[in-house]
Design a protein around this ligand. Structure first.
Ligand code: PGA
Length: 258
């Protein structure tokens, strides 16, 4: 089923980059370009200390804020953590759960990603659950098994109405920050598989068909136009290129004008 009847979602994941001054310049530039974007939802994903700054600077614009991570618990003695309700309070609309850097570098298990997804939904945030295989897993034919293992704990904890809010992001680990974007065929094959997995495991066939699935991994201003032409792709999660205002605006235009 085509995803092109709903506006695409383009999210700029700044990761651990930025400062008050560079963020302000980047957002100023994006706000100036909004009129050229077309029909697209744009969101930026700053580090925690800058969410309030971004939310304030974007308050009168259609660009929303996404958080990069959240705590798997709701409140209490979790030093160094940030809760879903705090993110909602500060004006975030979306939150990432299970980005491959969280899974790989910080030990976020798939069960923990499921708990984070639950917290996000409880607080009224839209969770974007990231999944993706490593090159080694792909090469030995474990792509589907890896994605299933990453997603099943999350799916197990969701009601039908939760599922309608969920967004997935397919980010092959080998494509993140490497310049090696996945091919159209690789992306399409995996997105079909993810829809089938969600349908088979939840029984919610219609929701699985229409759920938003983003692609992420070396998206840039040059490849955004063919990515935007893939009917299965509901939008993109952009890392490095989201720090360059002109490139990110070009990606937004590619998806806004598809
Ligand atoms: P990249 O990162 O665009 O720099 O490859 C994508 C991501 O990690 O979300």
């Amino acid at each position: 089923m085509t995803q092109q009847h709903v506006p695409a979602l383009v999210i700029g994941n700044w990761k651990m980059n930025g400062s008050l001054a560079t963020n302000a310049a980047l957002l100023e530039s994006l706000r100036g370009d909004i009129a050229s974007f077309g029909n697209v939802h744009v969101s930026v994903c700053p580090p925690f200390p800058y969410l309030a700054q971004s939310a304030a600077l974007l308050a009168k614009s259609p660009i929303s804020c996404t958080a990069q991570n959240l705590c798997h618990e709701a409140i209490g003695a979790y030093t160094g953590e940030v809760s879903a309700s705090m993110l909602a309070d500060i004006g975030c609309r979306y939150v990432l759960a299970g980005h491959s850097e969280r899974r790989g570098l910080f030990g976020d298990s798939s069960e923990r990603v499921a708990a984070k997804t639950r917290q996000a939904l409880n607080a009224g945030l839209i969770p974007i659950v990231c999944v993706g295989e490593t090159l080694a897993q792909r090469e030995i034919g474990l792509t589907e098994a890896t994605l299933a293992a990453q997603l099943l704990p999350t799916l197990a904890g969701l009601s039908a109405s939760d599922l309608e809010k969920l967004i997935l992001a397919y980010e092959p680990v080998w494509a993140i920050g490497t310049g090696h974007v996945a091919t159209a065929e690789q992306i399409t094959t995996v997105l079909h598989y993810l829809r089938k997995l969600v349908a088979d495991k939840t029984g919610a066939t219609k929701v699985a068909q229409s759920m938003r699935i983003l692609y992420g991994g070396s998206v840039n201003a040059a490849n955004a136009s063919w990515l935007a032409d893939l009917p299965e792709v509901s939008g993109v999660l952009v890392g490095g290129a989201s720090l360059k205002a002109e490139d990110f605006s070009e990606i937004c235009r590619s998806f806004g004008q598809r």
